[in-house]
Design a protein around this ligand. Sequence first.
Ligand SMILES: [Fe+2]
Length: 150
Amino acid sequence: MSLTEGPFYTPDSPEKTDFRDDGSGDAVTLTGRVVDTRCQPVAGAVVDLWHADDLGRYDNSGYRYRGHVRTGTDGSYRFETIRPGYYGSRTRHYHVKIAAPRRRVLTTQLYLPGEPRNDSDWLFREALLVSLDRAHRVLVASFEFVVPVG
Ligand SMILES: [Fe+2]
């Protein structure tokens, strides 16, 4: 499902999947696949990710915590990043745009389960919760994006 991009999107992010040097915070691997409504993997989709730092601040002049990757032939994507901080009335969230070949851009946000602020954030959607796992000291957040059949 789609959701507003909010006020802090910056176009033309660099191709970048490792945000860990952009600042400090709890490590999160954000990973999953882009599939179409027939559950077929979508290769070559651009997954553009941006989010706040661990104190809830966006980099609006540069590209800290901003980057994109292209899905592989299996539709997979993977980012090494952190758990974003919250700000204002917002709970922790990631912003994402999925630009798949010959399809309309999907703009949405992802949420983390078990966050106390989820219930009071009017933009929170349960359908946009990631699945959380823990691998060693890294939280692994998984989400499958569904785009229309091209
Ligand atoms: Fe945001």
